[in-house]
Design a binder for this molecule. Structure first.
Ligand code: 5AD
Ligand code: SF4
Length: 478
């Protein structure tokens, strides 16, 4: 469905007398939230607002929230305390959206303790934001725009991307998996996939703008189109990619279509679910030109018993076999993963199973999380919650092992040549360029700024925990 944005952004411009206004945005959480924020920025940009990092000069302060773990709540409430003074001093409009706003107890708390907030909107009503903003300015009354039902996939929302080299592209919203620790299915609703031609058009447009890398986003990307299939809908979409006609009816065929698009040199995707990692997807990656041979494969726990209680639908052995099967079919493939430590009932033995998988799979990157109780999820009601102290000790042990393993991996890079997509200058030293390998490792090297946005072949000369160093003598454009 096409979103009706322009009518409202024009009206906002009119009531602001076409004067340029300023806005600030704070984004929490995952890449999907980052992408939603790019859409919010696109909408307010179209309404005549320019971005500022200085909260004091902003006419509109936007928060895009996450609720996957508890610390995001503390962060939001802390920040709200800080911006209250701007509301009082100059009437700044305060708007809060995103996943946390789908939680009733949070909205209740906001209404009780932070009544100065002007607009509260949820994950299914982002497209209404220009209308909500208009009404908040004109009517000067509080707006709550939250839908509990699943939203519709809207197309045509303007997106403002600051990065000019890498872009993210959502391919689906929502999740049907209900892992017992996870709040996402409750706040983002059921799975809905975008039409493949809309995705292809967006990626072709990004390629025309000069983007080199895209990351496909979804809570469960490898079940792309599956829920439509289960509902009995016809999902054999005839599409055109790079002028070529083909059928897209699955995640694998979507990858094959996107791989044809000229100009895009790297395609990544997050996150697939191990239970849905079918052989056609493995083949699509193996046979592709541009799909990165780094696969993010969320493990969550290495214990079969815990995985069962997490409702993950795979065992430790099945996970290990999958990693082996992928490695067997895709030469040089590498992995990254997500792990939760301290799920209810996790014993020392369960935790050792997690360590065991980490010592076997040789991950490039391990994203580690301490289990956080989420109201409304089944795991929150489980007995045997693990004491905080034990969770933290296990987290430190996992971190130590993951870092040791990553160090070994990093050493293997020394002396090899790596294709590096140059992203910009280093944050800490402007004479150093920085980029990433196909396996998403940061590489720093000396070189001239005209290499930014280019793919170069670099010899890796040393390794550090969080980055590799490339040699400037060996640069070749690829
Ligand atoms: N506690 C800790 N980590 C969680 N994640 C999701 N829910 C929770 C929770 N309640 C982690 C999972 C997921 C990642 C995005 O966040 O590892 O893959
Ligand atoms: Fe949450 Fe599991 Fe869905 Fe991922 S797959 S969003 S962890 S419920």
């Amino acid at each position: 469905m096409e979103a009706n944005i322009k009518e409202w952004t024009d009206k906002i411009k009119e009531i602001n007398n076409n004067k340029t206004k300023k806005f600030s945005i704070m984004t929490m959480g995952c890449q999907l939230n980052e992408n939603d924020s790019e859409k919010l920025c696109g909408i307010v940009d179209q309404a005549g607002y320019k971005k500022t990092d200085n909260l004091e000069e902003a006419d509109l302060i936007l928060f895009n929230t996450c609720c996957v773990r508890e610390n995001a709540e503390d962060k939001l409430f802390g920040k709200l305390g800080e911006v209250k003074k701007y509301k009082e001093q100059k009437g700044t409009i305060i708007a809060i959206g995103g996943c946390m706003m789908q939680e009733k107890h949070i909205v209740h708390k906001l209404n009780e303790s932070y009544p100065f907030v002007d607009i509260i909107f949820g994950t299914h009503t982002l497209e209404n934001f220009p209308k909500d903003l208009y009404n908040a300015i004109v009517e000067k009354k509080k707006i709550e725009d939250i839908l509990d039902i699943d939203g519709i996939v809207y197309e045509g929302v303007p997106t403002y991307r600051e990065d000019k080299i890498k872009a993210s592209v959502p391919i689906m919203n929502g999740c049907n998996n209900f892992c017992t620790y996870c709040i996402v299915p409750f706040v983002r609703g059921r799975e809905r996939s975008r039409n493949p031609q809309d995705i292809i058009n967006e990626v072709e447009d990004l390629a025309k703008q000069g983007y080199k890398e895209i990351t496909l986003l979804g809570q469960n990307v490898n079940s792309y189109l599956v829920s439509q299939k289960q509902k009995g809908e016809d999902v054999d979409f005839r599409v055109v990619a790079n002028g070529e006609e083909m059928t897209v009816n699955s995640f694998a065929t979507l990858l094959i279509a996107l791989d044809k698009i000229k100009g895009i040199e790297r395609i990544r995707f997050v996150s697939p679910h191990p239970k849905d990692f079918t052989d056609d997807v493995i083949d699509a990656i193996a046979n592709s030109k541009n799909i990165c041979k780094l696969i993010h494969l969320p493990l969550q726990s290495g214990s079969t018993e815990i995985l069962k209680r997490m409702n993950r639908k795979y065992t430790k052995e099945e996970y290990l076999k999958l990693a082996e099967r992928i490695s067997g079919r895709i030469p040089d493939v590498t992995f990254s993963t997500d792990i939760i430590v301290g799920f209810p009932g996790e014993t020392e033995e369960d935790f050792e199973d997690t360590l065991d998988v980490v010592s076997k799979v040789n991950f490039e990157q391990v994203y580690m999380f301490i289990y956080s109780r989420r109201v409304g999820t089944p795991a929150d009601k489980m007995e045997n919650q693990v004491p905080e102290e034990i969770k933290h000790k296990r987290f430190d042990r996992l971190k130590k092992l993951a870092e040791e393993m990553i160090e070994i991996r990093n050493k293997e890079y020394i002396g090899t040549y790596q294709k590096v997509l140059v992203e910009g200058t280093s944050k800490t030293n402007s004479s150093i360029l920085t980029g990433r390998t196909e396996s998403n490792k940061v590489v720093n090297f000396e070189g001239s700024e005209n290499l930014i946005g280019k793919m170069v072949n670099l010899k890796i000369i040393s390794e550090h925990m969080w980055y590799l160093k490339g040699s400037c003598d060996t640069i070749q454009n690829v």
